[in-house]
Design a protein around this ligand. Structure first.
Ligand code: PLP
Length: 413
């Protein structure tokens, strides 16, 4: 086994040095095996089994190790891996220019490594640019778990014991178009931050009419508008930006997850000059040692190119998979309470959190990896990569069908 580590040793290290509960969960999902390698839509395990990866928390939209991306990163690995950050770096600058070209009207780019890095940067810049303290987010929102981002995340479980350490955020009720009007009466709100589709909250799309009303009022009141598309953007849901496709006049789009091609950790804030203003005045205002790392930025041009080239295939997969999931739900209405989704982001809502948890383990046993929803534990997320084949979709639907008890087990692949 690669790294001379037997699975027993891996679980032992995790139990002793990392999270005991994570070790138990990954042992259950992997059936005592660990992941060894991955390519395209499939992951290989230490016991020789393979699992179709419709999970990975929305990172592997291009599948694992897409060749164009690994080639670009490998070339960069052989050229320069660390930026001096005093000299200009062409790879980082080209990645910024590529992103800005992808989002016309949003010319400024700030890189991070994780989603919450750019949530925090956007909130900080919005407060400085407007001189106002408050932020509006949305009930059900998920924006990450570092302290600044956590203030915007709505689920109380993630904030237990931390009240007082996060900054002033008000969460708007999803179905109240007048909520923003009420909350901005005192001219003390810097920004509205929203996910067009709340992925972690069970794949729930916000009402476009409510969003349009909020954004129109925000514009009148000088409130900056920030679309967190870390999960739903970059064509996961068909469009590069759902907010822009809805013609919402946003000041910034936040990107992450698949931005590094599923190869490198990378996130970006792509925004207008006004939001970026404080950085233009003082670039040292928001820095991080590894932000704009050339190895990660080398992944951006091939990733954007592949996402565009595979968009048509993504739409085909979406139509076929969505139809399959709706059929499945119609066959098992007592177990599956709802199917929600768009593009390659789908949520299956089970009758309870316990059933959803069991389904995650049972699906893995049947060779399908999925992602639980962090803020809606009764819902399981299915995130097919754009490189899935028709056979892969059939395999996923068959594993789901057996798991919800509507057909007999098929012969293993
Ligand atoms: C919409 C959204 N924003 C922010 C985040 C936080 O990203 P990260 O976990 O990379 O910090 C996530 C993660 O799931 C997300 O879905």
């Amino acid at each position: 086994m690669r790294g001379n580590a037997q699975p027993g040793a891996v679980f032992g290290w995790m139990q002793r040095h990392m999270s005991r509960r994570t070790a138990v969960l990954s042992r259950l999902v992997g059936g005592n095996a660990v992941e060894l390698s991955a390519s395209g839509a499939w992951v290989e395990l230490s016991d020789g089994r393979r699992m179709l990866d419709f999970g990975s928390y929305a990172v592997t939209l291009l599948g694992h190790r897409p060749e164009a991306v690994t080639n670009a990163v490998r070339e960069q690995l052989d050229t320069q891996t660390t930026a001096t950050r005093l000299l200009a770096n062409p790879v980082t600058a080209r990645a910024a220019a590529g992103l800005a070209a992808h989002f016309p009207g949003l010319p400024r780019v700030l890189f991070g490594l994780n989603g919450c890095d750019v949530v925090e940067a956007a909130v900080k810049l919005a407060r400085l640019a407007t001189g106002r303290p408050r932020i509006l987010a949305v009930e059900g929102a998920y924006h990450g778990k570092s302290l600044g981002a956590l203030a915007l995340t709505h689920h109380p479980d993630f904030r237990r014991g931390l009240v007082g350490s996060t900054h002033a955020v008000t969460h708007l009720p999803v179905d109240d178009p007048l909520a923003l009007d009420r909350e901005t009466a005192d001219d003390d709100v810097a920004a509205l931050v929203f996910e067009p589709i709340q992925g972690e909250n069970g794949v729930r799309a916000l009402d476009p009419h409510v969003l349009a009303t909020w954004c129109a009022t925000a514009r009148q009141r000088g409130v900056l508008i920030i679309a967190d598309e870390i999960q739903s953007g970059l064509r996961r849901c068909g469009e590069s930006s759902l907010a822009r496709a809805l013609e919402l006049d946003v000041d910034a789009v936040l990107l992450g997850k698949p931005l590094g091609g599923g190869v490198m950790p990378l996130s970006a804030l792509v925004c207008r000059d006004q939001l970026f203003g404080p950085m233009a005045d003082d670039p040292a205002l928001h820095t991080a040692t590894f932000a704009g790392h050339p190895l990660a930025c080398a992944a951006v041009p091939p990733t954007l190119d592949m996402l565009d080239r595979l968009a048509g295939r993504g739409a085909e997969l979406s139509a076929a998979f969505g139809a399959g999931l709706h059929d499945l739900a119609a066959e098992a209405p007592e177990t599956i309470r709802a199917v929600r989704g768009r593009g390659l982001l789908w949520g299956l809502q089970f009758d309870s959190a316990a059933t959803a948890d069991r389904a995650v383990a049972q699906l893995a046993r049947r060779g399908l990896l999925v992602s639980p929803c962090l803020s809606a534990r009764d819902t399981v997320r299915l995130l097919p990569p754009m490189v899935s084949s028709d056979d892969d979709l059939a395999h996923a639907l068959s594993a789901l069908r057996v798991t919800v008890g509507t057909s007999r087990p098929a012969v293993a692949r």
